[in-house]
Design a protein. Sequence first.
Length: 579
Amino acid sequence: MRVDNERLKSFALDSGIMSEEQLNQASEEAESEGKNLGDVLVKKKIITSDQMRQLVSYILGIPFVNIEKEIIPKEILQIIPEAIAKKYKVVAFKKTGTELKVAMLNPDDIQTVDFIRKKTGLKVSPCVTTELGIENALKQYEQSLKAEFGDIIEKNAPGVSQDDSLEKVAQELPVIRIVEALLKHAILQDASDIHIEPDEKEVRVRYRIDGMLHDAMNLPRTVLAGIVARIKILSNLKLDEHRLPQDGRFKIEQDGRRTAFRVSILPVYSGEKIVMRLLDESSKGLTLEAMGLWGAALEKIHQAIQKPNGMILVTGPTGSGKTTTLYTIMDILNTPKVNISTVEDPIEYKMSRINQTQVNPQIGLTFSQGLRALLRQDPDIIMVGEIRDKETMEIAVHAAMTGHLVLSTLHTNDAPGTIPRLIDMGAEPFLIASTVNVVMGQRLVRKLCSDCRQSYKLDKALLDSLSKEIDLDQLLDIAAKSNFIDKEVAVSRDWSKIDFFHSVGCERCSQEGYKGRVGIYEVMEVDEELAKMISARADSNEIGKKAKEKGMMNMFEDGMIKAIQGVTSIEEILRVTKN
């Protein structure tokens, strides 16, 4: 969509979305370089491409529609074939009589409008929308996958696994389509894991979405051998090995999105169980802020990672996002000036400019062996996937003492509990005190679906119950200081003026009430006072109490702040912190 620069400048100034100074600077650059003013404004990030699109649609008198959260009826959506919709970023969203309203990113694309008009025989009315709106609509083409999956099974299941040659079965079209549908549907649902579990009479498929397992579908037992064989071929595993566990990896690319699958196959009573971890390799790098860190905790992490040596430890149970936190920190530190090396089991994501080593105990390459070898590779920053034993711990502590920044994880329930855990492993308290910079405890909570969440006020019984866990007055002061609530609310201590939210469930969140996850954290900085306590062998309760006095928020309190913001629910915080 093109508008001459003078006309765009006039409307842009009236819109109030940028200052006159910003507009004049962009206008001078556009004029001197012979560029379109709109392109310069977007390039300089004065406005977003979506804001530009909306402004130009207003100038040209073309309707602007926001379909980011709209559920389009299937019969209307499919008026435009999926291939055309994806190629030209155009979707049908409303039909009235002979008029078809289509949402586009570029309504100047007259050829596509004419093509749709000829193909449908309808009067096409183009509208402008956002990139997110198009993305939402295109995803809805895939929603019929589950129904189509049943057709694949019904038509092709008999005989899928009836051939003597597993390799031949795995290359046949029915099995290929079944596995493709399983993977495609998991990607669509933003699943983190796929579980394929054989039973005596059927095969159960479950997806882990936002940390919770959900039944996806039940398949006839006859397809099991074909599915297992197909996944083994994709993962380059042994087809004829059915008695021992096997691990492998493969990647697929779909609509420009690269997804890696980490495969684990385990013999069970009824056959072979498959679990696949999905790793989105095309996703943009996370930031600590996007993960849920904020305020003083965020500042402590940033200060700790800028130190030239010492240890940064991330703790929590399996599946709490520890590795993602370490990868995010490495992404921040990853500059041409430093040599970053890792020892991992397994390597989750391949990162450019980082030297990643996969542990392989079968050939003697353990964490401790890999770490010992790394120290001869002139590293500045070392990431150890997990400190599992005394030897690894001793080498990691030694590395932190001799001028290296060491990142690692531990399985403990909270940040203060990390210190006794290291001492139990055999670490000297004075060494821990002098090498550990910061310890972060974390959990993942599900985020409330913004479309269907329902507000409510805390009653006295719940407030009384919460007051036994945390200092509610202090929580209000923190929320007010961070501008999450009005200062008057904190002064009055009136909780009835704060809206909390329950999960409800709608079509957009598959009736779950939640969509996506965010971290809740506690960040314990080891300063001089805490270091003295650690050297004196203080227990985790004493360390935790002192850290609280010095301003550390625990995970439950951080979760409550996110509940005050409407990000998650109190029920969800209790589920992950108190169970």
